[in-house]
Design a protein around this ligand. Sequence first.
Ligand SMILES: C[S@@+](CC[C@H](N)C(=O)[O-])C[C@H]1O[C@@H](n2cnc3c(N)ncnc32)[C@H](O)[C@@H]1O
Length: 171
Amino acid sequence: MSFYTGWYAERNDIIVDRVVQRLRHNTIIDIAAGSTYLARRLLARPEITRYAWNDLNLSILNGFGENESRFEVWPFDANQPPLMDAWDVVICVSLEHLEHDIRLLEGVKPGAFLALGSPNFMCKGHVRSFKSRREFGARYEAYVNIEEIAELNNGNLRKFVLFGEKKPRGI
Ligand SMILES: C[S@@+](CC[C@H](N)C(=O)[O-])C[C@H]1O[C@@H](n2cnc3c(N)ncnc32)[C@H](O)[C@@H]1O
């Protein structure tokens, strides 16, 4: 699996595009990132003042970010996320790996811009899948004012990416 070519890159390029359109937002947390693709692309933008990268597998970093003062590694278990009030943008392309996806969303700052990805297929490590954009949106609409759900197709395999602002907590 390469995050740098094919539909993973295509999906990630859509995320870069939507986040860059919102560059009034300056701090980013990238949860269960799976790669450093988004960090590499987004840190090219000087408007981004802090970038927190999270994954349980730190070997993915392979030295990336060592000399980048805006880059921080936060190796928490995303099923037990911290409160994320410091982050204006929250990216998670691996929601299908997180049993406690809703707990994660509850910790996001109201008004933060969210980019959330999940596929329509199950495989090792996945805890859920969605048949359609509609089904994907239905799971998260109580937490996000959904602006867009993008869809990428590779034969019968699909990836969905939802964009929107986090709703206020506790309503
Ligand atoms: C295999 S990648 C898939 C990435 C993503 N689905 C995509 O399309 O780009 C999933 C990543 O999630 C990470 N991960 C899984 N569970 C996690 C957890 N509880 N906390 C943090 N990272 C986790 C794994 O280490 C892995 O790097």
